[in-house]
Design a protein around this ligand. Sequence first.
Ligand code: TTP
Ligand code: MG
Length: 226
Amino acid sequence: TTCSSWIERISSLVQPKQKTFTVSVEGNIGSGKTSFLRYIQANHDNITEVTEEPTDRWRNIQGHNALALMYEDPARWSLTFQTYVQLTMLQSHMAPQKKPIKMMERSIHSAKQCFVENLHNNGTMPDIEYIVLSEWYDYICAHDKVDVDIIVYLKTRPEVVLERIKKRHRNEEQTIPLEYLEQLHKLHEDWLGHQPNVLTLDANCDLIEMKTEIDKHIKTILCGLV
Ligand code: TTP
Ligand code: MG
């Protein structure tokens, strides 16, 4: 779609007098969400605020590294980990907004629709744990303001993100197999493929090319405010 038709579509999705927006950046592990957000913040700090990268919180819960525990023994620790992810995402969604556009790395929705679904699908998370998390998620969605106006989907090939994960070398993630990234990729595709408010960007390229791609779509990404 062209930029102008995008703006039309977005205008029809948002309230006429809407002055604040939430944009979430989604995509597989290592798809470049943090780099994307850093680039936007460096260039559009006047109208955007970026919520902190939640991964840092998951690695240090009062001294406990929940991310490491989850990868070491997923059957034991996934519920703990995903419960905490859901809490930190809810906190980001609910945080008071001072600038017109709140930009989030992920959302409560991808944590549930991609990661929790995957853990349940591949037999790591038993039904009862999945049901408890799902009831929490449904309750939150029904009662709190966790909706997102625009989703930027950084679409990648699983082979590409595996290389990046190896290169950036976050200790906890070094055992992630390609198969896991393929499962997550498919869930991102299933979830984002049918939504009207998704801007999909090819994120297989390097950062320099990515910046050109972002500049090309900046009006859409920033909800028509530039
Ligand atoms: P991501 O949320 O994908 O963040 P990232 O920093 O790896 O992405 P990018 O490179 O695009 O900036 O994943 C962070 C880690 O947390 C990763 O190891 C996957 C894990 N994770 C889960 O296990 N469950 C979840 O619900 C989420 C959101 C992440
Ligand atoms: Mg990141």
